[in-house]
Design a protein. Structure first.
Ligand code: AHR
Length: 513
């Protein structure tokens, strides 16, 4: 199945000479003008879905599982290491069935509801607005609320904003009665989620008018300034972005885009851990296609907003496989293998190249759902391979992009996509240059020559993420099979060039000073 194609310069406009199968060249192109990789590219998403909130993040203060005011200590500590910049909540599809007033006040009085989208599980509303904002404060991240448009009202959403951000008035009084004196800061407000689907099955023409109406009444109280986000397209639906930008572009600060690495929406999505080489390369090719998809949405946005005032927010992305056998249907609990780590790294490398328009991305989801950072079972917690990629990439947050060209062999996937053997990204901050390199090839090392273009590399340190098998994952009660290790050998600097030997199927981050 695997076939090495001719060398391709991924981001260069010029053609580059042919290289042998396992050789690649990376040329760094540092520039004072290059943009910042905004930290919000590393955003997370937590939905009332399965055990993401209940069991994953929140166990309640009376739980025997060690917690701080109800939040799991193990998960909190792990997430702090990721410097989570922004957290989207409460959905997802759940957002358009959620009535925030059911989640405030004494917990024993809160009404219950059926979580219709996700397994029909009964939701007791014990985790609500106060709990979410407290969590954001503990993580030191910006909250990103998804408002209910599909089954809510303009008044309900307007009052939620007032409850959270006003210093005085009826909603502020209610908030104070519920124990929070000071308003919270709220920047990111989503007006609906997947409004073309679970969020109301709107047409873009109709939703664009609805969006204009809802956002009108979401006010800026007492110096709080909302960044208003319209519900955007699913992957290849370019018409949605076109209509939204044309009809409502001037009323929004951002528009979302959802892109999953998924086989399809009907039938099996394949196992997260039992897959073959063909499935592995398919997933990498599919995830990389987000680059083409984002580019086309950006081109449409450029037509209406050439100054790039409106951000494109990929506020749901990641792998979507079959649920693990034996887990609750509808809870989207999937394991996470070295393949997921590859998807994470390739996706982040791609997002870095759209810093002029892509202002946030949110991987789905933070715990126990889809491509998670952590998995929990009872009092146990597993750090996933995806978690480790986010950890390795922390230095890229808010760093200045170092543009680069990559000349690499390509691998053909079964459905005609092409996966580069080597993918790379680089950034600079506080006198340090961070280069992240991926070797997607399952069998062969990659010999990479990096033209440093004058960047200092007197001191180099590195970390590597790999495993014995592409199917390896971290399981409860077992030693980690996919974990970060120091990468201290396998590179040398000579004549302004850094040569690195990347083991097969590995991700490496090098720090240069
Ligand atoms: O992330 C899971 C679901 O995927 C979200 O609820 C929805 O927005 C999307 O379809």
């Amino acid at each position: 199945m695997k076939k090495i194609l001719s060398t391709l310069a991924l981001s260069a406009l010029c053609s580059l000479p042919s290289l042998a199968a396992n050789e690649a060249t990376v040329t760094l192109l540092p520039s004072e003008e290059s943009p910042i990789i905004v930290k919000e590219i590393y955003g997370q998403f937590a939905e009332h879905l399965g055990t993401c909130i209940y069991g994953g993040l929140w166990v309640g203060p009376d739980s025997p599982i060690p917690n701080t005011n109800g939040y799991r200590n193990d998960v909190l500590n792990a997430l702090k290491e990721l410097h989570v910049p922004v957290l989207r909540w409460p959905g997802g599809c759940f957002a358009d069935e959620y009535h925030w007033m059911d989640g405030i006040g004494p917990k024993q009085n809160r009404p219950r509801m059926v979580n219709n989208n996700w397994g029909g599980t009964v939701e007791d509303n014990s985790f609500g607005t106060h709990d979410f904002f407290d969590l954001c404060e503990m993580l030191g991240c910006e909250p990103y609320l998804s408002g209910n448009v599909g089954s809510g009202s303009v008044e309900e959403l307007a009052k939620w904003v007032e409850y959270i951000t006003a210093e005085d008035g009826p909603m502020a009084t209610l908030r104070k009665q519920n124990g929070r004196e000071k308003p919270w800061h709220l920047k990111y407000l989503g007006v609906g989620n997947e409004s073309w689907g679970c969020g109301g099955n709107f047409t873009p023409e109709y939703y664009s008018d609805v969006y204009r109406r809802y956002q009108t009444y979401c006010r800026n109280y007492n110096g709080n300034h909302l960044y208003k986000i319209a519900s955007g397209a699913s992957d290849y639906d370019y018409n949605w972005t076109d209509v939204m930008m044309r009809n409502a572009g001037r009323f929004m600060d951002g528009i979302s885009l959802h892109y999953y690495t998924v086989l399809g929406w009907n039938g099996s999505k394949g196992s997260a851990i039992n897959f073959n080489e063909s499935d592995y390369y398919w997933a990498l090719g599919k995830c990389l296609e987000v680059g083409d998809v984002v580019k086309r949405h950006c081109e449409i946005m450029d037509k209406y907003d050439p100054k790039k005032r409106v951000g494109l927010l990929v506020d749901e992305w990641g792998t979507w496989f079959d649920e693990e056998p034996g887990t609750v249907p509808g809870h989207l609990f999937q394991q996470n293998s070295l393949r997921d780590a590859m998807v994470a790294a390739l996706s982040l490398n791609t997002f870095h190249t759209f810093t002029d328009r892509v202002k946030m991305t949110n991987i789905a989801q933070i715990a126990n759902v889809l491509q998670s950072m952590v998995l929990t079972r009872g009092d146990q917690m597993v750090l996933t391979p995806t978690y480790y990629v986010f950890k390795m990439y922390v230095p890229h947050q808010d760093a200045k992009l170092v543009p680069l060209n990559v000349a690499t062999p390509m691998i053909a996937t079964r459905d005609g996509r092409k996966v580069p053997v080597v993918s790379a990204t680089a950034s600079a901050k506080n006198g340090k240059t961070t280069i992240s390199l991926v070797n997607t090839d399952l069998k062969n090392e990659a010999e990479i020559t990096i033209n440093l273009s004058g960047i200092s590399a007197k001191n180099i340190s590195g970390e590597i993420l790999t495993a014995a098998s592409m199917n390896d994952y971290n399981d409860f009660g077992q030693p980690e099979k996919v974990t970060l290790k120091p990468f201290n050998k396998g590179y040398q600097v000579k004549g302004g060039k850094l040569t690195v030997t990347l083991p097969a199927k590995s991700i490496v981050t090098l720090s240069l000073q």
